[in-house]
Ligand binder design. Structure first.
Ligand SMILES: [Zn+2]
Length: 89
């Protein structure tokens, strides 16, 4: 068992597995449309008005939502963390 000191998020691996594993795998499989005609959008925030991100903005959005906040659900945070992970790979 190893510890990952680089992980600064406040959710555990089990939360990630519970909430984000499936969306993460679906993202990797291309089931979520992130890039539409060269425009990036967040597949987890369909009701957001602005869906025309540059890569850096989408990353900012994803890492912003994955930060700890009492107003956001664990699911919202973890799936956005998954989204950020996709682009880090
Ligand atoms: Zn989003």
């Amino acid at each position: 068992m190893g510890y990952n000191y680089e992980d600064e998020t406040d959710f555990s691996d089990s939360e990630f597995t519970k909430y984000a594993k499936k969306p993460y795998e679906d993202l990797k499989a291309g089931k979520y449309k992130v890039n539409v005609n060269g425009r990036l959008r967040c597949p987890f925030c369909p009701r957001k008005k602005k869906q025309d991100y540059k890569l850096e903005h989408l990353l900012q959005h994803a890492s912003g939502v994955s930060k700890p906040s009492p107003n956001k659900s664990a699911k919202q945070k973890t799936i956005h963390h998954a989204l950020a992970k996709i682009f880090e790979e």
